[in-house]
Ligand binder design. Structure first.
Ligand SMILES: [Zn+2]
Length: 357
């Protein structure tokens, strides 16, 4: 060691060469102590000598210690000898990388000679023999893949029923039909979709997921939207209110109409409807400040001048625009026009329309 320390003082010697020589010396030093170096985390401070201290003799304290940091080489992971047990340890010690033996659950200094020594140790060989008879987890993966594919098939079929307004009861026929047609398909064989399951998938899985996607879109900071609101009374005399958002989507470059919610109403007054609208947006954590337009039918409770839902909205949002529903207006004007015609003409067209449905 004295020799190369002395040579390092010679100006003719290349500094790069000096640096190269040191690890060779250190490697041999580290390898002599590497059995003690193998440890479970945390690392004893005494083992730091293996980290490559290019030290001079300890009886010369004035000599400067040069520390070389060990780095984990990713190419080791591809070597056949290390492939089955070696991985990089996420922990580090004083800037040095650590390797990890997955069989023995120990951390080893990221130095190839130490890795080889560990591989040849009795402890590691014993562990290697023990796991040879244990089946690999990859043997079970095809089963998991099949389950996932079966679930995907059930989701897609239930989604297709909902998207095309096909009665959910049709799934009682569709499921067995798929099994019969695709007799050689393992997925079709394992699929089990009837009306109860299809209804549960649509309501609890697909519906909630798609609605949450819509709400997330409207929660954007500059996602301005208009709201279409309509009230109806169902067969059980229960008042309900439906909300649809109209929004421009920059990603698809299209104006989209998104169904937001349909809620039961406790009161059909302007204040009751206004509170219902506020509550609906609040529940979904959508800011009413981003609402720039309002549309509804032309009833007084909705768009009347003094006490209506729009009048109350106008107090909160002075910039809001009102567009009365064109469909309702066409319907009203058509009805008024039809009054000038014999009644049976309107009845005839109403009959034709209902027959086409
Ligand atoms: Zn091991």
């Amino acid at each position: 060691m004295d020799k190369w320390l002395m040579k390092g003082q010679n100006k003719e010697d290349s500094p790069k060469l000096e640096r190269k020589r040191k690890p060779e010396k250190e490697t041999s030093e580290a390898s002599t102590s590497s059995i003690e170096v193998e440890y479970a985390v945390p690392i004893p401070s005494s083992s730091l000598t293996s980290v490559g201290l290019a030290t001079s003799e300890s009886n010369n304290p004035q000599t400067k210690k040069i520390k070389r940091l060990n780095k984990f080489n990713d190419l080791w992971l591809q070597e056949p000898n290390f492939l089955s047990w070696l991985c990089k340890d996420s922990k580090m010690k004083d800037g040095n990388d650590l390797a990890h033996c997955m069989l023995c659950s120990v951390s080893i200094i990221a130095h190839k000679s130490d890795l080889i020594r560990h591989m040849n140790s009795d402890r590691h060989k014993k562990k290697s023999l023990e796991i040879q008879n244990i089946p690999k987890i990859s043997n079970y993966l095809p089963v998991m893949d099949l389950e996932i594919n079966v679930r995907k098939a059930e989701l897609k079929l239930a989604g297709a029923l909902a998207e095309n307004n096909i009665p959910i009861s049709f799934s009682d026929i569709l499921g067995p039909l798929c099994k019969e047609i695709f007799a050689d398909s393992v997925i079709a064989k394992n699929m089990n979709l009837h009306r109860t399951k299809a209804m549960a998938i649509i309501n609890n899985v697909l519906g909630n997921t798609f609605l949450e996607d819509i709400y997330e879109k409207l929660r954007g900071e500059k996602m301005f939207f208009s709201l279409i609101m309509d009230e109806t009374t169902d067969q059980s005399s229960l008042k309900q209110c439906c909300f649809t958002a109209v929004v421009y989507d920059e990603k698809t470059n299209k104006v989209e109409h998104l169904f937001l919610d349909m809620v039961e109403l406790s009161s059909g007054t302007a204040k009751g409807l206004y509170d219902c609208l506020h509550q609906m947006l609040r529940n979904k954590n959508i800011s009413i400040e981003n609402m720039v337009g309002f549309s509804s039918d032309t009833t007084n409770v909705m768009v009347g001048e003094h006490c209506s839902v729009f009048a109350l909205l106008k107090k909160d949002l002075p910039h809001i625009a009102l567009v009365k529903c064109s469909c309702h207006m066409i319907h009203l004007s058509s009805s008024k026009a039809c009054l000038k015609l014999p009644r049976n003409v309107e009845d005839f067209f109403a009959f034709c329309w209902s027959s086409l449905q």
